[in-house]
Design a protein around this ligand. Structure first.
Ligand SMILES: [Zn+2]
Ligand SMILES: [Zn+2]
Length: 832
């Protein structure tokens, strides 16, 4: 018989076609099985799938296929995060429309994903740039607005001149644009904000419930970003003015040491304070100079602390001392109240500032180890003993915090309060390729939301893009001009679009009911499918996307759309794909294109390589020899099954046998098979350690190869081989589904492997036989031992030496030599 050759491309195309035709992976929420939702972060349709995608989606696919085999009703959807700047830039460059560019990319990338054989329910595919999707996003915006979660505000915003748009705080990294690396400027604009800060406390609190399922690092990053601090708001009266300056401080214990006040240049009282200053022009110049700087530079330690005296004073509420009011370059208006009570003895920035402008420095907390009266170069920021603080002198400063808080509250001078670093989310973008914000401006009525029945506000798809990168929307008369829904007078549409992170904040809910044209999603469907049981994606989304999604779920829950508190029960952040030690990137020229690899080896080999080379959360180093190795293994598996095919029968994995009727070799194979299932189940199901699971399957293949010739001649042996082969194919099915399905079919199983169950091992099969070993001392038989047949030499020696009868003969004598013949004999030579 001429054996069939392994032809991956033909086999893979055949099964992909069949899965497509049969809708093998389509699921419904009307199903009695328990549900399992596995989701990979959806891609931006940039043009081609890269190796990072392949790794991310291969991990997700193993989880999906594995959970299906374990009896779950698994939803595994895929879609496209399709709005955003690259489409706009590419459209300008190629003189086309972003929609055309995007849909062409989607179509190509979908074909690439299909070639990888992922088990997606394609009937749920969505693209966020489709009006059928963003219609609901616009509806949510209106609902948020009705419920006080949306507001418009003129505010200093992060402006990227390269992208001609504003950025959320989360999109500015170390002062530069997250997308294009341009230094971000400040600009005053009227923008729409989502009140994410309403949920600051809950967003923080719920992180505790995610500790089991989320990486520690991501939780820490979110906690830090939300940045809760507990302290006090204290009011300082201004001399000769009615207004007060309110500060937020976590160090009210140092209030007696506050000797001057520092305001952010943007602080609302600044204008009033300098109105009659003779230095007004110089101060104004200074303010302009500082406000042009980005926040990172302004808060960096190395910044030269500079300020201008306003000419005004405020009063320290406990010492009644006059404190000069300064405008300082290092104070930010976004944090706290934009005003800082300066305590130079106990804050390094304040100390540097005080030294520069000769301002008083008063020690109020002393280090008990080194109780100095004055500080020199270094401010003392740690707790200590209270001094120069009136009735609080001598107290421990930590206790004094509470005592001073009580005192100030009683005197009505301040109140305890919590402050968050988290700011509201600015979602206005001055870009074209995004979801229009559903607002109409009317001279009579102000900003009016578009009525629900008029949604979606459609983004024009026949527009010419302008060369300068600016959005064409503000120039599109037919888009802008409309009627006011309230007074029917003339109205003008909002021309800003939404931040693309709005789309990705709820897409996982839309998958539950992606084709619904009447509702964002049916309540039964989302209640059944959500939350996502396993989410998989890159660590780069630790703050932005994951925080916004958590906020959206809480807000939609409170509006009655969802029942859950958190979107993602478990999160896996997979490592990067590296080549020559660096992340693959076009600029470094170290990109490996998945298409080429599939063409050369087939999708199963590419998948096997990605999953075998390292555990999911670690980085993966690309290696040509390792992908060759993966290909060789699949060929070896193919040849093994083809060779045995005439004797293989569809027994299924872990077939049952009467253990006592098996020969030694048969028991050996059976034990190996069941032990492999035991170990692999643990690695795959409990730990997602697919690499060690694959190693286990490879070992089992080796054992089959070693023992097969001793097993083919009896029916029982043939059945044992059939069972072991079935186990190999079952284990590898989630990883390399095409070849496994093909071989499964060759063995003439009635049901496809995708419908097979995950095997359970028989603990009895793991117990090996005992053998009788004789133990001699100086050549004379002294004892007999019953031991496991596969016991190693060391263990056998230990048992022999500790045997009671043997002990009698070797006691007080020197052991010269021990000879061990495994399975037969131990001889101990003694002297004396
Ligand atoms: Zn930019
Ligand atoms: Zn109106």
């Amino acid at each position: 018989m001429i054996e069939k050759k392994y032809t991956p491309l033909a086999i893979e195309a055949k099964w992909q076609q069949k899965w497509d035709n049969d809708q093998t992976f389509a699921v419904s929420h009307e199903d009695i099985r328990p549900k399992y939702y596995v989701l990979e972060m959806f891609p931006y349709p940039s043009g081609r799938i890269h190796m990072g995608h392949v790794r991310n989606y291969s991990i997700g696919d193993v989880v999906a296929r594995l959970k299906t085999m374990m009896g779950y009703n698994v939803i595994h959807p895929m879609g496209w995060d399709a709005f955003g700047m690259p489409a706009e830039n590419a459209a300008i460059k190629n003189r086309t429309h972003p929609a055309k560019w995007t849909y062409e990319n989607i179509s190509y990338m979908r074909s690439e994903l299909k070639k990888l054989g992922y088990s997606y329910d394609w009937s749920r595919e969505l693209a966020t740039c489709h009006p059928g999707y963003y219609k609901w996003e616009q509806l949510f915006f209106i609902k948020f607005m009705e419920n006080g979660l949306v507001y418009r505000k003129k505010a200093p915003v992060n402006w990227c001149s390269q992208c001609s748009t504003v950025l959320a705080n989360e999109q500015v990294e170390a002062g530069i644009c997250w997308r294009c690396d341009t230094v971000v400027e400040k600009k005053e604009l009227s923008q729409w904000f989502l009140r994410i800060t309403n949920y600051a406390e809950e967003l923080l609190e719920c992180l505790n419930s995610l500790e089991q399922g989320w990486p520690e690092r991501v939780i820490a990053m979110q906690k830090n970003w939300i940045g809760k601090s507990t302290g006090m708001e204290i009011d300082f009266a201004i001399e000769d003015m009615e207004q007060k300056i309110r500060v937020f401080t976590t160090r009210q214990d140092t209030l007696f040491g506050a000797t001057f006040m520092s305001l952010a240049p943007e602080h609302p009282l600044v204008e009033l304070l300098i109105a009659d200053s003779p230095d007004k022009d110089r101060i104004t110049d200074f303010i302009q100079q500082v406000t042009r700087m980005d926040n990172i530079s302004r808060t960096s330690e190395s910044l030269e602390k500079e300020g201008m005296f306003t000419g005004k004073y405020c009063i320290n509420p406990v010492t009644q001392d006059k404190m000069p009011i300064y405008i300082a370059n290092f104070v930010l208006v976004e944090y706290g109240t934009g005003a800082v009570m300066a305590v130079p003895a106990h804050d390094q920035r304040d100390l540097e500032f005080a030294r520069k402008y000769n301002l008083p420095v008063r020690v109020v907390v002393q280090n008990p180890e080194d109780p100095v009266e004055e500080v020199s170069e270094q401010a003392y920021a740690d707790p200590g003993v209270m001094v120069n603080s009136g009735q609080f002198n001598g107290m421990d400063s930590v206790e004094a915090k509470a005592a001073i808080a009580d005192f100030l509250e009683k005197q009505d001078l301040g109140k305890r309060t919590v402050n968050f670093r988290l700011r509201d989310w600015n979602i206005s973008r001055q870009r074209f390729w995004g979801a229009p914000i559903p607002i109409i401006y009317c001279e009579q009525c102000g900003p009016v939301p578009v009525p629900e029945k008029d949604l979606p506000v459609i983004l024009p798809e026949d527009t010419e893009m302008s060369e300068d990168g600016k959005s064409p929307l503000p120039r599109l008369e037919e888009f802008i001009n409309t009627t006011c829904p309230k007074c029917q007078g003339p109205g003008k549409r909002e021309t800003d679009t939404m931040d693309t992170f709005v789309e990705s904040s709820w897409y996982f809910a839309r998958y539950a009911d992606a084709r619904n044209e009447d509702l964002p999603f049916d309540r039964n469907a989302v209640d059944y499918w959500l939350p996502v049981d396993q989410y998989i994606g890159g660590i780069e989304h630790a703050i932005l996307h994951l925080l916004y999604s958590r906020f959206y779920v809480k807000a939609l829950r409170d509006l009655g759309y969802l029942s859950i508190d958190e979107p993602f029960s478990n999160l896996l952040t997979q490592g990067m794909v590296l080549k020559d030690g660096a992340k693959m990137s076009k600029s470094k020229g170290n990109v490996v294109d998945p298409d080429d690899m599939i063409q050369k080896y087939g999708a199963d080999t590419v998948r096997l390589f990605c999953l075998f080379a390292s555990p999911p959360e670690k980085d993966l180093e690309w290696s040509d020899s390792a992908i060759e190795g993966a290909y060789r293994f699949l060929n070896r598996l193919w040849r093994l099954v083809m060779e045995l095919l005439p004797i293989l029968t569809p027994t299924g994995p872990c077939a049952s046998f009467e253990q006592t009727e098996l020969t030694e070799v048969q028991k050996e194979l059976r034990a190996k098979e069941h032990d492999t299932i035991r170990r692999v189940s643990k690695d795959m199901i409990d730990k997602f350690q697919f690499n060690t699971a694959i190693a286990g399957a490879m070992e089992l293949v080796n054992t089959i190869n070693q023992l097969k010739d001793k097993l083919t001649d009896t029916q029982q042996g043939q059945q044992l081989l059939s069972s072991a082969i079935a186990s190999v194919l079952t284990i590898l099915n989630p990883i390399t589904p095409h070849i496994c399905e093909e071989l499964w079919q060759e063995i003439k199983y009635q049901q496809p492997l995708t419908r097979a169950s995950w095997p359970t091992y028989d603990p009895q099969a793991l117990i090996r036989d005992e053998v009788l070993v004789v133990v001699q001392v100086n050549g004379k038989l002294r004892s007999k031992l019953n031991v496991a047949a596969d016991i190693d030499k060391q263990e056998l020696t230990r048992l022999a030496l500790s045997d009671e009868k043997i002990q009698k003969h070797i006691e007080g004598k020197e052991i010269v030599k021990t000879i061990v013949v495994p399975g037969k004999l131990v001889n101990i030579a003694v002297k004396g």
